[in-house]
Write a protein that binds this ligand. Structure first.
Ligand SMILES: Nc1ncnc2c1ncn2[C@@H]1O[C@H](COP(=O)(O)OP(=O)(O)OP(=O)(O)O)[C@@H](O)[C@H]1O
Ligand SMILES: [Mg+2]
Length: 502
């Protein structure tokens, strides 16, 4: 089979102030090929595809596209030339409808007029979504959808153009297993039509499943390219991080049977997805929350944290009934929540790393009217070090950090707050394998120090590796609670799909 080259990037260089993000990177893409681009957080993946789509301007190097030199000035121009990108961060307007988001900038007009033809736009969107087998209504506002569904809309938007190259920058981080299979079906279909795809992901299993070749970047440098079918997961990880990482599931609980209950939630009802939820969390315990997306895990966490209103039920902390009406109440009772949707709830992108790090703890660093700047700096430095946050300095604006490193800053924020009860919602989403194992050991360390952790995770291997006990939810109800010694993927899935009518 002779492959037809669509795209060839040679010796791409890009520096930002203080950071050499790309140090002479090569990359090429064939017609109909799915080519993975992998590397640790901050390795330069997003920067490379941004240079290719005119979002950032490369310093040097060349791009050949369909045999011609190509120097895109804007993403719009790249798109017109047939190169589309779905970004790591959602990029759409919450208050607009699905159809409006898809057609933004190229709205259908009524014949001869300047007015938007809403109905036509909705009809075309409906057709598109149906063709892609996405179960989403064209006329609902984007903000009312789950993060996963919003991501699917963003993919639909890219695919609605006539593309030769589609770039997907971590498209699956927020998707359910079903949505991921839908996406893979769409990708295979596009590949068969000759569209080449650049696929960025931290999930090694996906890379084995869907890609033809893998290119690895490390610290802005090109490490190598392999044919997916001829390389093992361990080899790729080794190319990425320069060492071997071993992940073993937990087999027994680390919590003493008589450890005191620190959080007791009793028959909690909130919104549509929290129905009579009861559970206990012990000192030093890591309680895994498993379930399919939409099971009500995040909603339960938000209700306990005071982010959503509780309709009925009680919460006790360390044996005392407490009233939690707002996140501030929760924080005052020592409860921290690391949100799954960090862009919306967790971070201030225009502030610096150190400002974000102390966001939940500002009062601790105040002396009179002033802020104890030295202490803010030393504590931030400490956590940048402990979590290996890749940033040129703690004064860097958060927006300029790579996606994964932004997430580590949220984790730092709650660790600095020193909460006794921590709720981690999808803590390793978008985080590379090396940093993942750092976050795991950090969570174990916190539990050993007597902190109690609720870990919501959609990745079963992660649940099985970290939890002392697993609580499973389905459609808003707790359907099972398993000791880690009795938990396995099949058992968890059984409870995760245990619907009420059965
Ligand atoms: N606009 C910017 N200003 C300053 N530095 C930047 C900017 N954009 C990226 N960087 C830096 O360039 C490096 C590469 O970042 P990039 O976003 O390409 O990483 P990545 O491989 O996509 O990581 P992740 O897996 O975390 O998304 C990082 O050190 C990042 O902090
Ligand atoms: Mg990135």
């Amino acid at each position: 089979m002779s492959a037809e080259l669509v795209l060839s990037l040679k010796n791409i260089e890009k520096s930002f102030t203080g950071v050499r993000a790309l140090k002479g990177v090569d990359f090429d893409l064939n017609r109909g090929e799915i080519h993975a681009l992998v590397g640790e957080n901050g390795a330069g993946k997003s920067t490379l595809v941004k240079a290719l789509t005119g979002i950032v301007e490369k310093d040097s190097g060349e791009i050949l596209y369909l045999g011609h030199y190509f120097n895109p000035r804007s993403p719009k121009q790249a798109l017109e030339m047939g190169i589309g990108i779905v970004h790591q961060e959602l990029n759409m307007m919450d208050h607009l409808t699905v159809a409006q988001n898809i057609f933004i900038g190229r709205e259908s007009t009524t014949a001869g007029g300047w007015f938007l033809n809403e109905r036509e736009q909705n009809r075309r969107t409906e057709e598109l979504l149906k063709r892609l087998k996405m179960n989403i209504e064209p006329d609902v506002t984007l903000g009312s959808l789950t993060v996963g569904k919003q991501q699917m809309v963003e993919i639909a938007k890219a695919v609605s153009h006539d593309l030769r190259v589609l770039i997907l920058d971590e498209p699956t981080a927020a998707l359910t297993d079903n949505e991921i299979s839908e996406l893979f079906a769409i990708m295979r279909d596009l590949a068969s039509q000759g569209v080449g795809m650049i696929y960025i992901s931290h999930r090694m299993d996906e890379i084995g499943k869907i890609t033809d070749r893998v290119t690895v970047l490390r610290d802005g440098e090109y490490v190598g390219t392999r044919t997916t079918s001829e390389v093992t997961k361990a080899e790729i990880i080794n190319m990425m991080v320069g060492r071997t990482i071993y992940e073993a599931p937990k087999t027994t609980s680390n919590v003493a049977p008589d450890a005191p209950v620190v959080l007791k939630v009793d028959r909690l009802n909130a919104g549509r997805l929290v129905k009579n939820v009861s559970f206990e969390l012990r000192r030093g315990e890591i309680l895994g929350f498993a379930g399919l997306m939409g099971a009500g895990r995040t909603e339960t966490a938000r209700a306990v944290f005071g982010a959503d209103q509780i309709q009925s039920g009680t919460i006790q902390i360390k044996g005392r009934p407490v009233l939690i009406r707002t996140p501030a109440d929760a924080v005052a009772h020592g409860v921290g929540y690391l949100s799954e949707d960090r862009k919306r709830y967790g971070l201030a992108l225009n502030l610096t790393v150190k400002e974000n790090a102390v966001l939940a703890t500002y009062e601790k660093f105040q002396k009179g009217l002033f802020v104890h700047a030295k202490r803010v700096e030393s504590v931030t430095e400490e956590y940048v070090e402990r979590l290996s946050i890749k940033t040129p300095s703690i004064d860097q604006i958060l927006r300029n950090l790579s996606g994964g490193n932004q997430q580590k800053v949220v984790i730092a924020k709650w660790l600095i707050r020193n909460c006794d009860i921590l709720i981690f919602d999808e803590p390793t989403r978008g985080i590379d394998v090396g940093a993942k194992s750092e976050i795991y050991s950090l969570m174990n360390e916190l539990a050993n120090q007597g902190k109690s952790i609720i870990m919501i995770s959609s990745e079963l291997p992660e649940v099985l590796r970290m939890s002392d006990r697993v609580l499973v939810m389905c459609e808003g109800r707790v359907t099972g609670q398993l000791d880690i010694a009795d938990a396995n993927q099949e058992e968890i899935m059984k409870y995760a799909t245990m619907r009420e009518q059965e």
